[in-house]
Design a protein around this ligand. Structure first.
Ligand SMILES: Cc1cc2nc3c(=O)[nH]c(=O)nc-3n(C[C@H](O)[C@H](O)[C@H](O)COP(=O)(O)OP(=O)(O)OC[C@H]3O[C@@H](n4cnc5c(N)ncnc54)[C@H](O)[C@@H]3O)c2cc1C
Length: 436
């Protein structure tokens, strides 16, 4: 085997393009761009191959075992398997870890959902559909997955967060309220903002029960006949024409189509590098006025710091008040990520909280965890056909904000796989915007 040449291309942006609103301030965008690198591999070292004529003949001759194989059963893979199975497709889902594991990006008790999406107006119709589908899923499962708390999008008037929310509200004609710093404190006494900050209220914002959503999606998929294998790792795959072959540590399977929903392990499936970032989360117990932080009286929030970073947090759930700061972690290998949290990392979260929720910042630490983000350079998702294989769908909606969309992404990916089109504008999510 010839040794693979490795050319690493680093993309750097001196300042954020106008449309890239996700990371407010130039600092973050530059940082994420620097993280983006791509190895140009030799064909022999790629994790996938084109199926040879003989294999294709064999698969087509025997009929594929499955219509679709889904690699990865986190939020995106489980939603896609669910929607395909509900349409009567023969689905095989392959997950390397145990059911309910906490090693990917989709576990835990809470993910924020918000409607007035500051990142880009194009996301709004997709999240609106996601709300409908989460509600369908709640009905089907007979359990609550979404708690509406309302949301505060806090920052300077001309900052990327507030400006982005107002742009999406205007584009989609969504009613919203604007509060001064003093009005925020009057209405939500736990919050204490700088005088020059303001907040836009997203009244449909709330909290998704992440573990519950994935569990229910898997259950509905199975109830509709999907075959789901846990603790089975995909080692390689081949594609071509109308067939795919997938080899795991336990067997070989064939299908007509393949979905790559491997989250932080996506690079191993693509042969390029989406960079994985270690994200620290901390849970605090306020020492006074615990009622100020109850979900019935405290919204979820995003907050753009004066230095361009973006913090986010939740009301008090059974595990305490959870908070984090976007895009301040190291680039890691998801298989070797340090899972313990350093006290200095907790201090960083406390420092951020001191400027917005001082009572939480002064509270007792109840827990701290890490979780991997899978970042694209512009923080928008990838949902697109593989550049070489028309029957392989690449599904990488993370960059720290994908969960809320999972129900709608499962449906729209099922549309792409079964009908070849989606009702949504997916132009922002194309792979060819990067040098993949
Ligand atoms: C700390 C944190 C906070 C977040 N907060 C929010 C939020 O508030 N709101 C929001 O909307 N989003 C949020 N996100 C983002 C959201 O959680 C992710 O976008 C989403 O969970 C990604 O789902 P996924 O299915 O793509 O990835 P994952 O859940 O990681 O699933 C990928 C799966 O693929 C499996 N896999 C990989 N390789 C293989 C293989 N070779 N064989 C078999 N299986 C394989 C993995 O084991 C894994 O289970 C947050 C993310 C993190 C980490």
């Amino acid at each position: 085997m010839a040794s693979a040449p490795h050319n690493t291309v680093i993309l750097m942006a001196a300042k954020p393009p106008e449309d890239l609103l996700f990371n407010p301030g130039g600092r973050l965008v530059i940082r994420v761009d620097v993280w983006w690198s791509r190895c140009a591999h030799g064909a022999d070292s790629l994790p996938y191959k084109t199926i040879g004529a003989e294999s294709q003949q064999r698969i087509l001759g025997n009929m594929s075992d499955f219509d679709v194989i889904v690699i990865g059963l986190g939020a995106m893979g489980s939603a896609t398997a669910q929607h395909l199975a509900q349409r009567g497709r023969r689905v095989l889902g392959l997950e390397q870890f145990a059911r309910g594991h906490s090693l990917g990006s989709s576990h835990g008790e809470s993910r924020i959902i918000r409607e007035i999406y500051f990142e880009h107006p194009l996301y709004v119709p997709i999240v609106q559909r996601a709300y409908e589908l989460w509600s369908d899923l709640e009905r089907e499962a007979g359990e609550r997955l979404l708690t509406i708390t309302g949301g505060l999008m806090i920052g300077p008037r001309d900052g990327a967060l507030v400006a982005g929310v107002l742009r999406s509200a205007a584009t989609h004609d969504i009613a919203h309220e604007i509060l001064s710093a003093a009005e925020v404190s009057r209405r939500f006494p736990g919050f204490s903002l700088r005088e020059d900050a303001m907040a836009v209220v997203d009244k449909r914002a709330g909290i998704l029960d992440a573990d519950g959503c994935v569990r229910v999606q898997l259950g509905v998929a199975e109830a509709h006949g999907a075959e789901l294998h846990f603790e089975e790792r995909v080692m390689r795959w081949e594609a071509g024409g109308e067939s795919v072959l997938v080899e795991t540590n336990r067997g070989r399977y064939s299908a007509r189509q393949l979905v790559l929903a491997a989250g932080p392990w996506m690079s191993a499936q693509l042969g390029g590098s989406l960079l994985v970032e270690r994200q620290v989360l901390a849970w605090f117990e306020p020492r006074a006025h615990a009622e100020w932080y109850d979900p019935s009286s405290c919204p979820v929030y995003l907050w753009e710091y004066p230095d361009g970073y973006l913090g986010y947090g939740f009301p008090r759930l059974s595990t305490g008040v959870k908070a984090g700061v976007f895009h301040t972690g190291d680039v890691v290998d998801p298989d070797a990520m340090q899972r313990s949290v350093d006290p200095r990392e907790i201090e960083r979260v406390r420092d951020a909280l001191r400027q917005i929720l001082p009572g939480v910042a002064a509270g007792d630490l109840r827990d701290a965890k890490v979780c991997p983000f899978t970042n694209t350079p512009d923080s928008h998702f990838i949902i697109d056909w593989h550049p070489q294989f028309a029957n392989v769908l690449v599904s990488s909606p993370c960059s720290g904000h994908g969960f809320k969309f999972a129900s709608a992404i499962g449906e729209l990916q099922a549309d792409l796989l079964t009908e070849g089109t989606s009702r949504f504008d997916l132009s922002l999510f194309r792979m060819n915007r990067f040098n993949l």
